[in-house]
Design a protein around this ligand. Structure first.
Ligand code: SR1
Ligand code: MG
Length: 406
């Protein structure tokens, strides 16, 4: 009788036993097999399991409470969602996501390719490493995973079945609260505001009613626009990199939502990296980020338009002018969700190390002001963000305005 027929929260030794029992395709050396918990995210436990003969896998295991807060409980079904979208994305974007070996809805665990030869992109960026192929790879990943899952491409009943299968209410609720509500009102008293910026945050985020109106529109766009099957949490901590490879992982927030949510998350997280580079005075790194941000937008547009012509099946979506209308909507959403990600990572409970590790408090306060002001520009003027250089211009405006505040 297997110990793994009923859910429990596994520790390191349980995971070794689990792998020996479940991952039989590999010829494990029982004498040298070992495991280590290497999780770095806010939600799950991640174990690397390896032996001395060269076998290794990653086991991702969902607990019933979150790593970031034991008071927060969410369904362990997130592991199934993540596993199923990874299977689909391995078909849509092979080579850009980890291979999935198996998943188990009893133990809420999945076993996947060990990418230890890669590095977490956020940490590599914090060391000011550059990744010249990132813009190409991430835009291929986004276009190849997002467009084919829309109902301008996919048979409509098949798409609706996917919407149903990837309904992810508890993880969506985290985003609806932490990203699209609390940064603007601290409704649950769990925001983490850097004290030197308290008055600035109050004025710019908590008291700006015009901003709240636009964020409300974005919040209901997120909740109601079942446009494509999103990654749902596409920040630089969800990407592994090495010079010749980019792999997007951790799609447990996947659901059918607006495409601009994924694209905007990528841009905002590059902006955090830029501000870390600025605080360190690393101009060469900042120049690379300032080239990469517009490349991401412009390559996304180019590849999206080309893929649209090749893959769209819906007859009305082929009507002249509709393609441009559809893309313009995505671009405006992209700017809006760039802005909400910029805000929530500065004042919300889930912050980013790119900013929180800036030691000099004046530099950190400046970096945060730039992100807040740039985010507001992206949200309030989102229809005007149509090309990559619009983000570079917005960053310049935010830097100038933040300097005046200092
Ligand atoms: C309570 S979870 C906090 C954040 O971690 C995840 O990576 C998502 O970004 C979520 O918003
Ligand atoms: Mg994550």
């Amino acid at each position: 009788m297997s110990r793994f027929n009923e859910y429990f929260l596994m520790k390191v030794n349980d995971v070794i036993e689990y792998v020996l029992e479940k991952v039989t395709a590999l010829d494990w050396d029982r004498g040298s097999i070992q495991a280590k918990e290497i999780g770095d995210g806010n939600l799950n436990y991640v174990f690397r399991v390896w032996d001395n003969t060269g076998n290794s896998v990653i086991v991702k295991h969902a607990g019933e409470t979150l790593r970031i807060s034991k008071e927060m409980t969410i369904s362990v079904d997130r592991n199934r969602i993540e596993s199923e979208i990874l299977q689909l994305q391995n078909k849509l974007a092979p080579g850009l996501v980890p291979k999935l070996y198996m998943y188990d809805t009893v133990m809420s665990a999945s076993v996947m390719e060990d990418l230890s030869d890669h590095e977490l992109m956020r940490y590599a960026l914090m060391k000011h490493q550059v990744f010249p192929r990132f813009a190409e790879d991430i835009t291929t990943y986004m276009v190849d995973t997002l467009l084919p899952t829309t109902d301008i491409v996919m048979e409509h009943k098949e798409k609706k079945a996917l919407v149903k299968s990837f309904i992810n209410p508890e993880l969506c609720e985290i985003t609806e609260d932490l990203v699209l509500n609390e940064p603007y009102n601290d409704m649950q008293g769990r925001n983490l505001v850097f004290p030197p910026n308290a008055d600035f945050v109050k004025r710019e985020l908590y008291e700006d009613k015009a901003l709240h109106q636009e964020v409300a529109k974005l919040r209901f766009d997120f909740m109601n626009n079942a446009q494509a099957l999103l990654h749902g949490d596409l920040h630089t901590g969800s990407v592994f990199v090495k010079p010749d490879s980019t792999r997007v992982f951790d799609p447990e927030f996947a659901f059918y939502g607006p495409i601009g949510y994924d694209v905007g998350n990528v841009i905002a997280n590059l902006i955090f990296a830029l501000n870390n580079g600025r605080a360190a005075g690393n101009d060469a790194f900042c120049d690379w980020v300032l080239e990469t941000i517009p490349q991401v937008v412009d390559l996304f547009k180019k590849k999206f338009l080309a893929a649209y012509d090749e893959h769209v099946t819906d007859p009305m979506a082929k009507t002249p002018g509709f393609k441009e209308h559809y893309l313009n909507g995505i671009l405006a959403d992209t700017a809006g969700f760039t802005g909400t990600e910029l805000h929530r990572r500065i004042v919300g409970m889930a912050q980013v190390k790119d900013i929180t590790t800036i030691e000099d408090s004046e530099q950190r306060a400046m970096a945060e002001k730039i992100c807040i002001l740039c985010g507001k520009d992206c949200i309030l003027n989102r229809e005007a963000f149509q090309k990559g250089s619009d983000y570079v211009d917005a960053l310049k405006r935010a830097e100038e305005a933040a300097q005046k505040e200092a």
